[in-house]
Ligand binder design. Structure first.
Ligand code: PEP
Ligand code: MG
Length: 754
């Protein structure tokens, strides 16, 4: 051990003794500032803590006038100490008084001190105080000194965690008086209103023990922690190409790079050598990285900062044995879960009784996690601003999933407006309920068939509740996604039968397994793919692993005994694939017949139309199919070469454009000439203005989320179809990138309810 390594160890040892003593918190704090001042050869060491959310109060000092303790108070943002608190970045100044933010507090007697170093005291990433060092002589503190002060500041956070020095109440008091409300705005992915408390999907954990002198033990823990972290990253990366590709993939690449970075690991090991526990060492290095990166102007580094925070947080959670998501923990009764992003399978893991809303910093509207949220009726907002992940767990929160707003710690007036919104929504939902048994028919007498998209047993209930005519798309993969093992044929058959039975003679169209892309199933390991949406997914897996498809078809045939079986295949790219899939079905049907099992009364076999290439084979395809169902989510992602999961892309190209509507109209005309029933089952059909445009170009059957049936039916009932048909005729030849505002204007001018 070199003398340079020895000095921090000595400081840590003495710090350890002070913190481990049974003295009162304030006494321990006084001892710490005294120790730091003498060990670091400073005339002053002072500790400020935040009270009433944004008041910094001097709690202890060595060197300043003692009467200033508990009297000197600064606003966060005021003076140099306030600056450190508001930015979270440390300051190292050889002449503090020259700094434009310097303010002089006579009661402290600090006029004679020229140099100053101040570091934030952080608790789970948030500033809870500031630790300051001052010297009379003008000097620049060394990097090692800054690191040492940061370590002490980190350990001091323990006093806040224990609540002995300042209670959580004292920290946050004042919000109510001043009416401090935090408001975030995002995009509505699934409509609804919710009131609850914040739960972090990947919770930050509080470090309880910072100091340890058992270096070998801590090093051993670190090795194990890294192993688990790397395993987790590999696991997420192999699944992540399914879960969140695009932008998220980049983040994971960076994760992996940093996780493998020898420099990072060596720094953590060195921090352990100074007497920190493994988790405190990770935190210390992260605080240092943070304080360096926060000062750079490079936007790339600034963006990477939260990725690194995430990574360090993951490693700390592994070290503390708390690696799972909040879904595996006890949830409060009204949880509003906040995440950077999540996959559909992760959402399905939550207890639905307790999950009231989900807020994503990223996400996109047509991603499967949003589709699942809509299917579950869970309000979901996405693309929320930076800072979302810094909200404290347990905060009260209101989610206005109609306007796309959330409010943290809402005061009474906002609560009142929110409750008014709930009442209005209840009235509106009651109006939709009243329309349940009325047909969806336009003012000029054209009947439109509304069916629902589903994937869970509860969707059938949604179908009955809304009076929809059946299930136009049953996403069978949801059952597979929530299962840890491959569901057996018998379990699948029972599930499909329960769906058919509960649909009570209304038709249900089952889509065979559509896994891959962003839909992960735990029992099928897949190779890493650069472009998973364009990769091995849906029917491509079914044709390459025919056993998987055959067993599913067997289960569907069994479940549909004596009724009509309606089946369609996802992601069919050419006629040949449809023929191959249908041949597998026919083989299974013959097998069933040979075994003298009860057969379905009738079988209708169709295809999803989600890949543009198939649009150019409709003449060959249509004679072979009983029906066609357009999956506009995928069709549009391939049509525009625009990843549906990538939040940066989600508003880039409008599905209501002359080109896409032109293609859809072409399909309508082909199917109509071929006398083949056509449905559209993508998300645009569930938006009122989207549905309006689709009717205008000839669609008469839409499969939409149960929650969209009421609003879309109301739109249909208020529409004169021939008017919008005439209106859209001229529009499709425009060169505009979007016709959305034209359809909106039409609706406004013609009193169509959108
Ligand atoms: C679609 O692609 O439009 C569709 C309905 O299928 P999914 O959203 O499940 O991919
Ligand atoms: Mg699809």
């Amino acid at each position: 051990m070199t003398p340079r390594q020895n000095a921090p160890r000595r400081l840590m040892r003495e710090l350890h003794q002070i913190m481990a003593s049974t003295d009162e918190a304030e006494v321990r704090l006084n001892n710490v500032v005294h120790l730091v001042a003498s060990n670091m050869e400073a005339e002053v060491c002072s500790a400020y803590f935040i009270r009433d959310r944004d008041i910094l109060e001097l709690f202890a000092t060595e060197g300043l006038k003692l009467e200033a303790v508990h009297n000197t108070r600064l606003q966060v943002g005021e003076g140099l100490v306030g600056l450190v608190a508001s930015t979270g970045a440390s300051l190292n100044l050889s002449n503090a008084q020259e700094h434009p933010k310097f303010v002089y507090r006579p009661e402290t007697g600090e006029e004679s001190y020229k140099s100053m170093m101040a570091v934030p005291i952080l608790r789970t990433g948030k500033v809870v105080g500031v630790l300051v060092l001052q010297n009379q002589a003008s000097r620049h503190y060394l990097e090692e000194e800054e690191e040492a002060l940061q370590t002490v500041a980190m350990v001091l956070a323990e006093l806040v965690v224990s609540g002995d020095l300042i209670t959580a109440q004292e920290q946050s008091d004042g919000d109510a008086e001043r009416g401090v409300v935090t408001r975030f705005v995002g995009t509505v992915f699934a409509e609804g209103l919710a009131e609850g408390v914040v739960v972090m999907h990947e919770p930050r954990v509080e470090i309880i023990q910072h100091l340890s002198e058992d270096y070998d033990y801590q090093r051993g823990r670190l090795v194990k922690g890294f192993k688990k972290l790397l395993c987790q990253i590999d696991e997420i990366m192999s699944a992540e190409d399914i879960l969140h590709h695009g932008e998220h993939r980049e983040i994971l690449d960076v994760y992996k790079l940093f996780a493998l970075d020898k420099g990072w690991r060596a720094k953590i090991e060195r921090a352990i050598e100074t007497g920190l526990t493994a988790e405190a060492a990770v935190q210390k290095i992260q605080i240092e990285n943070r304080s360096k990166m926060i000062k750079t102007d490079d936007p790339y580094f600034k963006e990477r900062l939260s990725d690194l925070d995430d990574l360090a947080n993951r490693l700390i959670r592994h070290l503390m044995g708390k690696a799972g998501t909040a879904a595996s923990k006890e949830l409060p009764q009204n949880a509003v879960v906040i995440a950077r992003n999540m996959g559909p399978a992760e959402l399905l893991e939550y207890d639905r009784e307790k999950l009231k809303a989900v807020l994503l910093q990223e996400g996109s509207q047509s991603s499967h996690v949003s589709i699942v949220a809509r299917a579950l009726g869970i309000p979901m907002l996405g693309k929320l601003e930076e800072g979302l992940l810094d909200i404290d767990e347990g905060e009260e929160i209101i989610v206005h999933g109609l306007d796309g707003e959330i409010f943290i710690a809402p005061p009474p007036e906002i609560l009142e407006t929110y409750r008014d919104a709930i009442a209005a929504r209840v009235t509106l939902l009651a109006r939709y309920d009243d329309m349940r048994d009325k047909p969806a028919i336009t003012k000029d007498g054209v009947k439109i068939e509304l069916v629902v998209n589903g994937g869970l047993a509860m969707d059938i209930e949604g179908m009955h509740r809304t009076g929809a005519a059946g299930v136009g798309l049953f996403r069978t993969e949801f059952q597979f996604m929530i299962s840890k093992t491959l569901p057996r044929v018998r379990a699948q058959a029972q599930f499909y039968k329960s769906i058919i039975d509960s649909a009570r003679n209304k038709p249900v169209t089952f889509r065979t397994l559509d896994i891959g892309g962003d839909k992960e199933v735990s029992f099928l390991k897949r190779d890493h793919e650069e472009n998973p949406a364009l990769g091995w997914r849906a029917i491509r897996i079914g044709l390459d692993r025919p056993a998987l498809l055959r067993y599913q078809l067997r289960a569907l045939i069994t479940a549909a005994a004596d009724t009509t079986l309606r089946i369609m295949f996802p992601m069919i790219t050419n006629v040949e694939e449809f023929k191959l899939a249908k041949a597998i079905l026919e083989k299974e049907l013959s097998r069933h017949q040979r075994n003298k099992r009860p057969m379905p009364k009738d079988i209708k076999v169709g295809t999803m139309l989600e890949v543009p290439s198939l649009v150019w084979q409709l003449d060959e395809l249509l004679p072979l199919v009983d029906f066609v169902s357009i999956g506009s989510n995928d069709l549009m992602q391939f049509f525009y070469a625009c990843d549906r999961e990538n939040p940066k892309m989600s508003n880039r190209y409008d599905t209501l454009s002359p080109s896409s509507l032109g293609m859809l109209r072409f399909i309508v005309e082909k199917c109509s000439a071929g006398n083949v029933p056509l449905t559209l089952c993508g998300e645009i059909g569930g938006e009122k203005v989207g549905a309006l445009a689709l009717l205008a170009i000839g669609f008469r059957r839409l499969s939409i989320a149960p929650a969209a049936v009421g609003p879309v039916k109301m739109m249909i009932n208020s529409l004169n179809l021939s008017d919008v048909e005439r209106f859209s005729d001229k529009l499709l030849s425009l060169s505009d990138p979007s016709l959305r505002s034209n359809f909106e204007a039409f609706a406004r001018d013609n009193d169509v309810s959108i």
